[in-house]
Write a protein that binds this ligand. Structure first.
Ligand SMILES: Nc1nc2c(ncn2[C@@H]2O[C@H](COP(=O)(O)OP(=O)(O)OP(=O)(O)O)[C@@H](O)[C@H]2O)c(=O)[nH]1
Ligand SMILES: Nc1nc2c(ncn2[C@@H]2O[C@H](COP(=O)(O)OP(=O)(O)OP(=O)(O)O)[C@@H](O)[C@H]2O)c(=O)[nH]1
Ligand SMILES: [Mg+2]
Ligand SMILES: [Mg+2]
Lengths: 277, 292
């Protein structure tokens, strides 16, 4: 969609291709196209550039601009991180731990993925890299027991922040979602008000299934926000727009690489502009 | 479901003459929407709809089934045909070991797939060796080693920080000295746009001459499946695909996208986190799933 071209009928096809290719999905793309069509009828748009700006404005309206800030005012603030397999939960926790340790905060990590091979070892290495302490047991331990012990230890040590790593799981597995609910209840009993943040990690390469994931995780666990990872690839993560529109959840953070520093606050304007690159 | 939608769309066609470009327009639009919402790539959908239109137009409207069902049948058949041949067991190399290299994006399921393949080969009485060639991800070698221990199969781990090339060379010479028939190389996840890491794969290919190089791809992948597959195909070359996480409710349109753009077969499907959750690929099953 380049600069000063005049408007042609093919334009709507081109817009559709652009939006669908960015994973916005059929429904969200259609609302944008309807809007552009209506603006064209009212002769509000005179060229390509104004259409592009019109799309960006519409998308910004849909997702809003108030996304940031984790709620970390509690004495021991608790962040619980969940999501389907391989999305980047453990790595995101390593990056978050590093961010807060650099701010002079004391961070403890709960290695509550007691299922997957070497999950605890993986988080322990992130603990070493970030300077955060890690509470974890062997594979097969009860994840709620890990959560409970980690919360107790975090309070005893005067930690500012406790971040809970959970095993990846598909939202369709009822017993695994029940396991997460139990972990959430357990940490709440140990630290009133916890978890203060319940973050769903979404891989930006995921297609429309991300909406179904978000709905199910939100219904079962009441999310406080989303993290969109792997935006350093070519995927635009456009499916997040429909999720925000439907569930009203803020996108708190984005992952842009595999290193400690590769974590950024979500910027709605940048996100929407990037759809056009 | 799509067939229900098409039934409704084509109600008025029943018992009339032929399927024409005009009277199947609405139905084809429904098919397009179904495929897009199943994450099939936009351009792949466009070409597919054109092909279906060519096959459908001019056909007599059958009296035995509804026109909607007729179009669904055509679409389903075209999808199955596009998804390619049904499963063929990968042939082993004439001189052992057969070398299989796995590659793909971060988190796609490569390490788990490597172990699942080892389990399958062991079950066929082919002695496998797993090779932990990911020196970057924290505890990657441990992850593969633990899975190998669960299966009681051999796993080669290089010295910490050693290059994948060195690790693979050592593993291969060890395999040749022992009764290893299949070597399965687990590589680090990487972006198709990371030139350095794609060059690493090319280097491994040139040095080891794997008999099979398989792309491990997540069934939940959206529109980007095409770019990813093309990236790996152009840089390294793909012999086959393993589609993981098919035990969820993702429609799996990425399978169609990858197949359409690379022409390579999907060999296996991952259906869970347990090591037994690997099955040969069935084109007709995924066609039904994508259509929804
Ligand atoms: N390029 C890129 N890779 C990432 C990003 N975040 C995570 N990864 C990589 O994605 C892969 C999976 O990350 P993990 O942190 O293990 O994901 P997970 O959700 O904890 O996985 P499970 O616990 O197995 O469900 C690793 O190779 C990470 O390095 C990101 O923002 N960009
Ligand atoms: N539900 C389900 N989960 C799977 C499947 N295959 C792999 N996983 C899970 O997906 C996550 C990532 O798997 P890995 O094998 O670590 O992925 P990887 O491609 O090796 O990741 P990197 O090495 O970081 O690129 C883990 O939680 C696995 O248990 C599958 O078929 N179904
Ligand atoms: Mg993890
Ligand atoms: Mg791996």
């Amino acid at each position: 969609v380049r600069g000063q071209r005049a408007i042609t009928p093919e334009i709507l096809d081109e817009i559709e291709e652009l939006l669908i290719s960015a994973d916005l999905g059929v429904n969200t793309s259609q609302t944008v196209i309807d809007y552009i069509q209506q603006e064209l009828k009212r002769r509000e748009l005179k060229d390509y550039l104004s259409i592009k700006n019109g799309i960006q404005e519409r998308l910004l309206q849909i997702i809003g601009t108030n996304h940031n800030g984790l709620n970390l005012t509690a004495t021991t603030a608790v962040i619980m991180v969940l999501g389907v397999n391989g999305g980047g939960k453990t790595t995101t926790i390593g990056k978050l731990a590093y961010r807060y340790q650099k701010q002079g905060k004391k961070v403890v990590l709960a290695a509550a993925d007691t299922f997957r091979a070497a999950a605890v070892e993986q988080l322990k290495i992130w603990g070493q890299r970030s300077g955060a302490g890690v509470i974890g047991y062997q594979t097969g331990a009860d994840p709620s027991a890990v959560v409970y012990d980690a919360a107790t230890a975090a309070k005893a040590r005067g930690a500012d922040i406790l971040i809970i790593d959970t095993a990846g799981r598909l939202h369709t597995k009822k017993n695994l979602m029940e396991e997460l609910k139990k972990m959430k209840r357990v940490v709440g009993r140990c630290i009133p008000g916890a978890p203060h943040e319940t973050l769903l990690v979404l891989d930006a390469t995921t297609g429309q299934n991300a909406i179904i994931q978000a709905r199910q995780f939100h219904q079962d666990l009441e999310l406080s926000g989303l993290v969109l990872t792997k935006l350093d690839g070519t995927a635009k993560g456009g499916v997040a727009i429909g999720i925000v529109a439907e569930l009203g959840l803020p996108i708190k953070l984005i992952g842009v690489g595999e290193g400690l520093d590769d974590l950024q606050d979500f910027d709605a304007q940048e996100f929407v502009s990037a759809l056009f690159y | 479901s799509l067939s229900e939608k098409l039934q409704a769309t084509f109600k008025k066609l029943r018992g009339h003459g032929k399927l024409t470009e005009k009277n199947i327009q609405e139905g084809l639009r429904e098919v397009k929407l179904a495929l897009l919402s199943a994450d099939v790539n936009y351009k792949v959908v466009k070409k597919f709809i054109e092909d279906v239109q060519q096959k459908a137009v001019g056909q007599e409207v059958l009296s035995s089934i509804s026109p909607g069902q007729q179009v669904v049948k055509i679409v389903h058949r075209e999808l199955v045909e596009l998804m390619g041949e049904s499963f063929r067991q990968p042939a082993l190399a004439p001189a052992p070991p057969t070398v299989i290299m796995l590659m793909g994006l971060q988190g796609a399921g490569k390490t788990t797939a490597a172990a699942k393949l080892a389990r399958r080969f062991k079950g066929e009485r082919r002695n496998p060796l797993l090779v932990a060639a990911d020196p970057y991800r924290p505890a990657a070698a441990q992850q593969l080693n633990l899975l190998a221990q669960q299966l009681n199969v051999a796993c080669f781990i290089g010295a910490p920080g050693q290059t994948p090339l060195k690790t693979c060379r050592q593993a291969l010479s060890q395999a040749k000295e022992t009764a290893i028939e299949v070597v399965i190389i687990d590589t680090a996840g990487r972006l198709h746009i990371d030139e350095g890491l794609m060059a690493e794969l090319t280097e491994l290919k040139q040095a080891l001459s794997p008999h099979y190089i398989w792309l491990v791809a997540d069934a939940l992948t959206g529109q980007e499946a095409v770019r990813v597959a093309q990236g790996f195909e152009q840089a390294v070359g793909i012999d086959g695909v393993i589609l993981t996480k098919m035990d969820g409710d993702a429609r799996g349109g990425a399978a169609l996208s990858i197949r359409a753009v690379t022409g390579k077969p999907i060999k296996f499907v991952g259906l869970g986190e347990k090591l037994e959750a690997l099955e040969p690929f069935h084109p007709d099953r995924i066609a039904s799933r994508i259509l929804g």
